[in-house]
Design a protein around this ligand. Sequence first.
Ligand SMILES: Nc1ncnc2c1ncn2[C@@H]1O[C@H](COP(=O)(O)OP(=O)(O)OP(=O)(O)O)[C@@H](O)[C@H]1O
Ligand SMILES: [Mg+2]
Length: 135
Amino acid sequence: MLIAGFSGIGKTAVVNEVHKPIVRQRGYFIKGKFDQFGHNIPFSAFLQAFRDLMGQLLSESNDQLEVWKTKILGALGENAQVLVEVIPELEWIIGKQPSILSIARQIVEQTHRGKLSCISVPREGTEFIIQIPIS
Ligand SMILES: Nc1ncnc2c1ncn2[C@@H]1O[C@H](COP(=O)(O)OP(=O)(O)OP(=O)(O)O)[C@@H](O)[C@H]1O
Ligand SMILES: [Mg+2]
């Protein structure tokens, strides 16, 4: 649910009312705010909300955490590390994930039988070279 309006109009007051029945039914309640601070961060309110959710999940039993881990990894697949970069708390639940570069390498090498190499020069940048054979 997205709520918009001028400052002081009562958005937080409404959101806090919704909180109560959800928690009563043992649901998960998360919230995030887009405001004048940090508005240059894409999806900042969603990130706040999901970082908070990770904290809530961690308070559950180990069995339940395993269920979450399986579900989340199943849904994210190779993109897991992309999400960990913006929701660091996710790593507490799904554990260390292969780096994005190692996944890229795997795709180039295994799917396309190609080669990925990079040359990195401090303060000058990094050049990635992807060679894919033409069959
Ligand atoms: N229905 C209401 N009746 C009386 N007072 C209210 C009502 N809704 C909100 N208020 C009061 O108005 C003030 C501002 O409300 P609130 O903090 O919810 O605004 P907000 O829209 O979240 O503002 P912001 O954008 O700055 O976060 C608070 O002191 C709150 O208690
Ligand atoms: Mg508010």
